[in-house]
Write a new protein. Structure first.
Length: 285
């Protein structure tokens, strides 16, 4: 039986501004998306009985038709006309509902995996079109790297790479639903944010400059409900982070560091103070 193993990387948003609400209910956004080396692993194996079986080491995420990899399987069957089953094992390291695009990334990996296993040979543009109908972050997850995304997050502009920067993720174990956060959004909270500034600092590869220009409009909403966010940000900055921000719709907060020594220093402090949080060392990719 044929099988394939695919890595499924998470992301952080170095900047996230919401421009307006569209008639279809989605929002137009402008965001700097950055792939990180924290990843899940998907192993996909052909399955004779034409069903999709999902297994995982993680107990928080649904393993039925609510899982995004299930939606990908259904959609690819419909489009390709193939009536094939599969067994996918998702080894999860990316926290669920944490603003790190874990689900979207798994969906992107499933698209790539089935495209190869079923020998469909669809170009990445077609996979992006399919992915977009399942989740707004899936096109980015198919590309990875560092990109400026606009529209609903599916129009991309290349920007300077921000690879190999040390990042600490601190997740207070409070899941946050993306739709709920957007539902609470009041566009009057928008600040005078200038995206060009952070892009310029990225171009100079000035990590401190980038850290000083991090911005996430959604942080305002989530901070009102989850007081841990402000506390984590304060602790990170106190412990050698050059800057910190909540990623996506939360609740993971990330800190950026000058080097590995500072990252390790902060990791040890945070680990001690917050033994019940998920604290993960990673790098941008
Ligand atoms: P984003 O940053 O794109 O908003 P997120 O990291 O906040 O995403 P996810 O981890 O993608 O959130 O999960 C969001 C929801 O999707 C959860 O409620 C989860 O139950 C569901 N879900 C479906 N499939 C998956 C999957 N393969 N991995 C994780 N969550 C999944």
């Amino acid at each position: 039986m044929e099988s394939i193993k695919i890595s499924s990387y998470g992301k952080i948003n170095l900047a996230l501004d919401v421009i307006n609400k569209r008639n279809d209910g989605y929002h137009n956004i402008s965001t700097v998306m950055q792939e990180i080396s924290l990843k899940d692993d998907l192993t996909i194996i052909d399955n004779e009985n034409k069903k999709l079986v999902i297994t995982s080491n993680n107990e928080e995420m649904p393993l039925d038709e609510r899982n995004l990899v299930y939606k990908v399987w259904e959609e690819l069957k419909k489009i390709s006309g193939l009536d094939k089953g599969a067994h996918v094992h998702i080894y999860k390291r990316i926290p669920v509902a944490a603003g790190l695009a874990g689900g979207s990334s798994n969906a992107a990996a499933m698209l790539k995996g089935l495209n190869s296993l079923w020998k469909l040979d669809y170009p990445v543009e077609k996979l992006e079109e399919i992915g977009k109908t399942i989740g707004a972050d899936i096109p980015f997850c198919l590309r990875g790297g560092t990109l400026l995304a606009t529209g609903i997050g599916d129009q991309f502009k290349p920007i300077p790479s921000f690879q190999d920067v040390y990042v600490l993720l601190v997740n207070p174990n409070i899941p946050m639903d993306t739709k709920y956060v957007y539902g609470k959004l009041d566009l009057r909270d928008r600040k005078d944010f200038n995206m060009d500034l952070i892009l310029q600092e990225m171009g100079k590869r000035d990590i401190l400059g980038v850290a000083q220009n991090l911005y996430n409009l959604l942080e305002v909403i989530v901070t009102k409900e989850v007081e841990e966010i402000e506390e984590i940000k304060g602790e990170l900055t106190k412990n050698k982070a050059l800057g910190s921000l909540m990623s996506g719709s939360g609740t993971t907060v990330f800190g950026l560091f000058k080097n590995e020594t500072d990252l390790n220093f902060s990791y040890e402090k945070m680990k001690e103070k917050y033994p019940n949080y998920r604290i993960i060392k990673t790098k941008t990719r």
